[in-house]
Each structure stands twice: as structure tokens, then as C-alpha cells.
Design a protein around this ligand. Sequence first.
Ligand code: DGT
Ligand code: CA
Ligand code: CA
Ligand code: ZN
Length: 577
Amino acid sequence: MNREEMADVLEKIALLLELKGENPFKVRAYRQGAETVLAMEGDVVELAKNDELKGIKGIGDALRDKLGELAKTGGLEFYENLKKEFPESVFELFEIQGLGPKKIKSLYDELGVDSTAKLKAACEEGKVAVLPGFGEKTQKKILDAMAANEKFADRFRLGSVTALVEGMLETLRLHPEVSRVAVAGSYRRARETVGDLDFLVATKEGALVCEDFTTLPQVESVIACGETKASVRLQNGMHCDLRAVKNSEFPFALQYFTGSKEHNVALRSLALKKGWSLNEYGLNPVDPGETPPYVEEEKDIYRLLGLQYIEPELRENRGEIEAAAENKLPRLVELMNLRGTFHNHTTASDGKDTLEAMVEEAMELGLQYLGISDHSKSSWYAGGLDEERLLKQVEEIRDLEKMLGGFRIFAGSEVDILKDGDLDFSDEILAQLDFCVASVHNVFNLDEDTMTRRICRAMENEHITMLGHSTGRLLLKREAYPLDHARIIDCAAATRTVIELNCSPMRMDMDWRWWKRARDKGVLCSINPDAHSRDQLHNLGTGVRVARKGWLRREDVLNTRTAPEIEAFLKMPKAKR
Ligand code: DGT
Ligand code: CA
Ligand code: CA
Ligand code: ZN
């Protein structure tokens, strides 16, 4: 049981009580309790375990006991009983984007909707549109959101499964009968979302390793288990395969199962032209008289085909094979090249950690500088700062920096791009900051041309250092707003505006498919975690992998530069950058 899980139970209790028509004060107490649990300092789980939550604002007596029970036993009887009063399917309704507790309650009370299936039927019959507070538009939105959920149902965000995958790899590596271990598939290629996981081991004892794999703690149920392959479903719902091969087959299996399919098809036809037949078991001469070559590693396969080694992130058949044949593959950026990062939030707006805590974590990560950019005043729902609070924060940053012995904090803002492309702060205010990220946070429903012009206007401002999360997409949740990327990139190049690669697992925005073009036009990338808590700074690792997927080199990434170089960069007029 961790902090998030505890808060989630309280949040769900609030929703169920609301559906039951319970006293609104009681509902509010649970909802507020969830927020407090998320935001409070200290190890809330440990405190709850030791009955030490007394006197904490936002957590009353009843809640305190329940948190204690949750922390100690991992469950809560009150919650289990409450859940029994509803079909399990009501929880599906909470996963629909744009459908809050109030609306769910009306649907439940007025139409008896307690599952997505019933909701869909009600929408299609037009019954939702006529409910007070709904209307045609809302009904359409609900249908779209449900369709999106269906489409995304069986995929997972790359950045959200990293810890899980690394943990499983670690355990497999410890198996005494296993000599080599890898994860292949879309995960290895750093696709922004992954369908299933494809693990691979080299072993002489396939059946044993497959069997042991099915008993890993992350496994929820076993779909199949044989001599060379096991398929399981993990606790998070993810499908996951293990393939066990002989050590001599390992490089071929790794190459094959890494994909992409398109890359493999192109590689196989190249091999054929050279007189080889390539598959997941080996590379063999088409002429049976010749002896197969010795291959120890995946690298050898590419070498034998007359190619530079192609990093997994590039294997999408988007020109990498041709470039490898001409020795023209880029040397890709690496995590250890990063010297700092921009676009991070603190408790001043909607971050969960203080300025000090964020800085401490950045220092812990070995960075030389951290950019702070809390929300601006139009993002009031995210605690956006007005001019006065912003300038006060700049002072705090200057004061804190003096005590850090050389670590740099760059004072910035994530300033809202308003509907017409105006910025949320005047030039006079922006000029007092070290840097500025400009982002769209509302009015997503503009047509492509209007949205593109809106964003370009913001980039034309002298004080805007970089464009934040350019398409506003939330992976597996909300589609990108329509945007003319080619024009955005041209405008960034012309105005010397950096484009962010926002590496929050939800975003990975700008999309990797556009980075090579941006790079070739001389547009710089900043790999930004958009961290709302100290642990989210660690998302930089996945960010680098996605940047590599976009063919980016060290020199294409602004935050590979040292603190003094950044300082000089930010002081220069934009046109000279
Ligand atoms: P995913 O799981 O949907 O995120 O995407 P992948 O790329 O991990 O796809 P998956 O798990 O179906 O298969 C893993 C790799 O195995 C895939 O990237 C390439 C290879 N592969 C699978 N099926 C075929 C096929 O029919 N032909 C070829 N050439 N390769 C295949
Ligand atoms: Ca896969
Ligand atoms: Ca697979
Ligand atoms: Zn933002």
C-alpha cells in the first residue's frame, strides 16, 4: 500500500458515497482526505501504520482509523462493504475522460446507468443529451471518450511500465539457468506506448525457466507455459511473453523480436540480396554448400549485412537501413549527456514538492542546473502564479541559489498561450525571468490553421525560450489537437525557439516522428520532465530514449550543455542563438 493507493481508496469511497446520496459533508471529507494524503509531507503510510496521524488538518477521526486499517492490513472493510452495494462495472464510468462525479451521479439516478455498456446505449438513444446539465455536445463527448478508451484498452504508456520491466529483467538475470536476458519488442524500441512485453532468455533449461517465469510476483494469471515459451497476464493487466532460446540463437531472436516488423521485412530482403536467409533462428547462406557465419551478438548480424549497428530505437524502417549502409547513422544522445533540465513545477503551483526538494533531487541526479517554471495566472485551477507571486518566487530562487555552492536554478514560468496567441504575462514581467516555456492549456477545439497561428504568435515573442508540450496530447487518453507540425517547426527555426520533448509518461510531446525534421532545420530540443514531484525528474531517462527515437544527437539537445553555456545561451538575443 503506498500513498497513491491510499488516496485512490478515499477518492473511490467519496464517489460511491455520492452515488448513494450520502451527506455532502461526509463526501467532501473523503475527497479532501484523498488530497491531504497525496500532498502531506512525511511518510503518510508509515505514520498511518503507527497511528500517528492525529492532529493533521484535513484528516478527521473517522478517516484516521480507516487510513490506519488500510496501511496495516492493505484493505478496508468499510470500503469492501460499500463496493458490494454496486455492480463492479460502475468503476468503468470513472475512467471516462470528462465525466466527473456529479455527472455520474445524474446518469445513475436518472437513467440507472451503472456500466459503460448502459451509458453507451443511453447515449445512442439520445437519453443523455436531454438530461439537465448535459446536452448534445456533452453526449457526443462522452461517446468519443468511450471510443478512445476502447481503442486504447490494451496499451500501456512506456514511461509507466519502465520500473516494472526493469524489475522483471533483474529477477530473470538472477536465475541460475539463464545466461542472457533482454526485453525486445516495442519496449526496446522505445515506442511511446507498448502493447505486450516480449522477454527473451538464453538457457539450456527452457521448460524450467518458463515455469519459474510464471511464478514471478508480478504475474496475475498464466495463459500458456511450455518448453520454449510462456505467456502470462501481469497484475496491471498487461500481456507478457517469455521466449527461451539456445544461447547460439539468442542474437537472432533478439533481433527478430525487437522488430519493428517493417524493419525486419526490409532487413530480410536486404539479406536475401546478399545471398543470406535471415530469420529468428539464424543467418544462413541461401547456397547450402556454404557454412553459416559465426554470430555472437546482435551487432554481428548488422555487420555481416554490411550495415552499421542500428540502435533499437531507430528500427522503424524510416530510413535507418539506408543510412546504416552509407555509414551515416547519427551518434545518438545518451542519458549521461544531460547536464540539467527545464520545465518543472513546485508547490507554488500544482507541484507536490517544494522548490528545495526539487533542487535537492536534481543535485542527487548529478545535474548542474534545474529550470523552474510554475503555471501562470490563467491556469488558476493549477494554482497558477500571478505577477506578484512569480516575482517573489524569482527572489526565493536567487536566495536559495546563493546557498548551493554553484548549482544553478533558472527562474522561469510555464506561461499560458491565450486563445489568440497572446501570453499570460506582459513582456516587462517575462523579461525578468531567465527562461520561459509557453504552453497551451485550454481552448483545444480550434481548427488546425488557427491553432498553428496561435502557437506561432507565441513563439515570435522574444522572451519565449521554448514551446511546451506542443500538441497537448495525453497518451491513451486525449488526442492531440490538430496542428501543422511542419509550420511549427519552420517557425521555431525562424524565431530560434526551442521545442520541448515533454517526457512526462502521459505526453512524450512533440512526437518522435517529427524530431528528425526539426533537427535538420536546426531546431533545438529540450528534454523536459514537466515534473510535478521530485520522483518525476527520473522520467528524463525515458525522455532520452524517445529523443533517440527521433534521431537526436547530443548537439541537438539544449540541456546537454553545461550551466555556463546555458547561461550564455539565455543571455543572447533570440536571433543570435
Ligand atoms: P506492440 O507489442 O504492439 O507494442 O508492438 P511490438 O513491436 O512489440 O509487436 P509484437 O509484440 O507483436 O511483436 C514483437 C516483434 O516480433 C515485432 O516488433 C516484430 C516481430 N514480429 C512479430 N510478428 C512478426 C511478423 O509477422 N513478421 C515479422 N517480420 N516480424 C514479426
Ligand atoms: Ca510487444
Ligand atoms: Ca508480443
Ligand atoms: Zn503544461
